[in-house]
Design a protein around this ligand. Structure first.
Ligand code: NAD
Ligand code: IPM
Ligand code: MN
Length: 369
């Protein structure tokens, strides 16, 4: 398999975790005889500094012509004062929109061996396995009109939450199809007791559910969902929700797993998929070599699955993640209480890459018998 990949390291810990995900991808290519043609480009704060734009034209053109895009993270405190459309984050939002990826899959899996890293009691967190399907191109993030008007010296800012039936239907189908391959349950999350967009969301999701009779559907208001997620995470299979609610609930779901650094994501639905960890650039730990790369590596597994159709390779990477955790290696963010061996970002990356080679060899030997 030949894959043309664009890698956007971005800012803060972006480059640190991306390097480890790329290491794992290169290992997969070697072991399975694939050719991954990997080219790096600038995005976010790094691109603002060099090209005065958070998404330079050559970056966008390269992404549009690729088989998949891998992104680390964008954002840095030095740009926090800029208007929204000039910030590093604007580069990521423009890229998602240009690629057309309207469905953002964010799996949150609690591994038993690190369940002590979660502030939740292990009997609540351990074994939780949730897929958040976040609508990625609508809602408050992209709705027009938006902006700031100043009248008589008084500023008023506005954003618009807007959804069409078509936008809701397409992401709902992704969620139901995913649930059909899992535990067959979708929980749709909205604020239909207050918002018209949510009422349309609920009606539309209920109608789409009829196309998937094997999947059960229930609805929760977002405030109650935030509570149930922490008290009974195991009641959830697939959570389907709009853009901003999904952004917030996915960081909350990360707490169940032990750390925001554990979560990977796949943005799909457009012509080119975008794969990125759920966390940001973590300026508070950047440059220290301690960032958790498991979320970035999990995103690489999702790239293999969704962009390459390489299911076996994706599963081997996921098994490698589990085996390194089982062997006790932990970055500081997941090292609470469990008595593991502290490891840095690149050490974890090397261990996962080695585990990929080992697991693939074992599978190969098994098939050869
Ligand atoms: P953040 O996700 O960067 O960090 C939140 C907290 O989690 C921090 O304490 C951080 O140290 C910790 N953390 C995050 N990832 C970690 C990892 N891999 N290993 C260990 N600890 C980790 O969120 P923030 O601090 O609110 O935002 C920082 C910047 O990142 C902002 O500019 C924000 O806009 C941006 N951001 C970017 C993305 C993205 O590129 N996809 C996502 C979220 C935030
Ligand atoms: C995420 C991030 C982004 C979002 C920001 C950086 C634009 O928080 O991917 O979760 O809000 O979608
Ligand atoms: Mn977020």
């Amino acid at each position: 398999m030949d894959l043309k990949l664009i890698v956007l390291e971005g800012d803060g810990i972006g480059p640190e975790v991306t390097r480890e995900a790329v290491r794992v991808l290169r290992t997969v290519a070697n072991v399975y005889g694939h050719r991954f043609d990997i080219t790096e480009h600038l995005i976010g704060g790094a691109a603002i500094k060099q090209c005065d734009s958070p998404l330079p034209t050559n970056t966008l053109d390269a992404c549009l012509a690729a088989d998949a895009v891998f992104l680390g993270a964008v954002g840095a405190p030095e740009f926090d004062g800029l208007p929204a459309h000039k910030r590093p984050e604007a580069g990521l939002l423009l890229l998602r929109q240009a690629l057309g990826d309207y469905a953002n899959l964010r799996p949150a899996i609690s591994y038993d061996v690190i369940s002590a890293a979660s502030p939740l009691r292990p009997e609540i967190a351990a074994g939780a396995d949730i897929l958040i399907v976040r609508e990625l191109l609508g809602g408050l993030y992209f709705g027009e009109p938006r902006g700031v008007v100043t009248d008589n010296g008084q500023a008023t800012a506005s954003n618009t939450m807007r959804y069409s039936v078509a936008e809701i239907e397409r992401v709902a189908r992704v969620a139901f199809a995913a649930a059909a391959r899992r535990r067959k349950k979708v929980t749709s999350v909205d604020k239909a007791n207050v918002l018209e967009t949510s009422q349309l969301w609920r009606q539309t999701v209920t109608r789409v559910a009829k196309e998937f009779p094997e999947v059960t559907l229930d609805h929760l208001y977002v405030d109650a969902c935030a509570m149930h997620l922490i008290t009974t995470p195991k009641r959830f299979d697939v959570i389907l929700t709009e853009n901003l609610f999904g952004d917030i609930l996915s960081d909350e779901a990360a707490v169940i797993t032990g750390s925001l650094g554990m979560l990977g994501s796949a943005s799909i639905g457009g012509n080119v998929g975008l794969f990125e960890p759920v966390h940001g650039s973590a300026p508070d730990i950047a440059g220290k070599g301690i960032a958790n790369p498991f979320g970035a590596i999990a995103s690489a597994a999702l790239l293999l699955r969704y962009a390459g159709g390489l299911e076996q390779e994706a599963e081997v990477v996921e098994e490698a993640i589990r085996s390194v955790l089982k062997a006790g290696f932990r970055t500081p963010d997941i090292n609470y209480g469990a008595g593991g061996s502290l490891a840095g970002t690149s050490e974890i990356g090397k261990l996962v890459a080695d585990a990929v080679t080992e697991i693939a060899d074992r599978r190969h030997a098994y098939h050869a018998v």
